[in-house]
Design a protein around this ligand. Structure first.
Ligand code: FAD
Length: 290
């Protein structure tokens, strides 16, 4: 199923994210995580590409597990900054063979200590999106940054390039994590003013242990509200309490988003079916799974 069939409706969707293992790890353990997550009946599941220390080699395989084994719509991430155009084309071919029609097309982080871009590389995600479209009938999504991408001087500058991404063929956007919903509402208002009218899926990261706070903020550059810092101060040294408080905070954010008309939420579940399950259980009358 093309994700736009889900995202272009008023129905609430809640999706989950998986990351593949490091090279050489036991793939079977990860297939079990896919099964456990699929049993929760998210609207779709995305599989990252080379992020969080995982290898890109297993992305298509796990997306295949999501779509063709567990029968949940799959969204395969694909980055280009560390690849040649030939390598990207070969991944696109694999996706076609496995009938994975949804791709989150990303630039990825620019490799350090390397000339970028080389002649056979894509410079921006918009170039990748344009090329994926020419190589098959994919439903393509892209990333967006409610607080602006760290490389952009201003949010305004970032939004101009985001519009280029949509014009290149990006049919929906998933946001970077954010911990204050007002940041998202402000971003959506500005995005619409820039003519960005594709569905925006709000990315929510449940922070369930204190170490994750530093790591997530360093990765995303997201602003952390005092209310959230107070939770980490109070519960950070008690793992069970921190987990419960992190799940409650994410649940609260999602309820507020849906109450304010943001119907599509992607949970950065980080391979934790228990966390995803607890949030979905909290939302059982809001996101009804059949
Ligand atoms: P782009 O859209 O190319 O934007 C990057 C920067 O370039 C922005 O500042 C933009 O404004 C600027 N820009 C764009 N076009 C132009 C132009 N024409 N001229 C000048 N400047 C321009 N990383 C992974 O490695 N694997 C993953 O699976 C992964 N999944 C992600 C999922 C989501 C939802 C998000 C939000 C991020 C994800 N990332 C992932 C991280 C992402 O790869 C990085 O944030 C990366 O630095 C930017 O990728 P992008 O696709 O947003 O790039």
């Amino acid at each position: 199923m093309r994700l736009t069939e889900l995202l272009n409706t008023e129905n609430v969707t809640i999706s989950c994210e998986l990351f593949p293992p490091k090279q050489g790890a036991q793939l079977d353990n990860y297939k079990k995580i896919v099964g456990d997550m699929a049993a929760l009946k998210p609207a779709y599941m995305s599989v990252t590409y080379g992020a969080t220390g995982g290898t890109s080699d297993y992305t298509v395989e796990l997306a295949n597990e999501v779509r063709n084994v567990n029968h949940i719509p799959a969204l395969a991430h694909l980055t280009c900054a560390s690849s040649t155009k030939e390598k990207v084309a070969s991944v696109i071919q694999e996706l076609k063979e496995k009938q994975i029609e949804n791709v989150l097309a990303l630039r990825g982080d620019i490799p350090q200590n390397a000339d970028f871009p080389l002649p056979n590389q894509y410079k921006h995600a918009s170039e990748l999106i344009y090329d994926i479209k020419s190589q098959g009938d994919f439903c393509i999504g892209g990333a967006c940054y409610p607080e602006g991408h760290p490389e952009s001087q201003t949010l305004e500058e970032d939004l101009i390039h985001l519009k280029e991404k949509v014009d290149a063929g990006c049919e929906f956007l998933t946001t970077q994590m954010f911990f204050d919903n007002n940041i998202l509402y402000n971003f959506m208002y500005k995005a619409l003013k820039h003519g960005i009218d594709v569905p925006v899926v709000a990315g929510i990261m449940p922070i369930t242990n204190a170490n994750q706070v530093k790591r997530s903020i360093a990765l995303s550059g997201s602003l952390v509200p005092r209310r959230f810092l107070a939770i980490v101060d109070r519960f950070g040294s008690d793992p069970a309490a921190m987990k419960q408080a992190g799940i409650a905070y994410a649940t609260d954010q999602i309820i507020d988003l849906i109450a304010n008309g943001v119907n599509h939420v992607h949970i950065y579940t980080m391979n934790k079916p228990d966390v995803a399950g607890a949030i979905l259980e909290n939302l059982s009358d809001i996101y009804v799974r059949d």
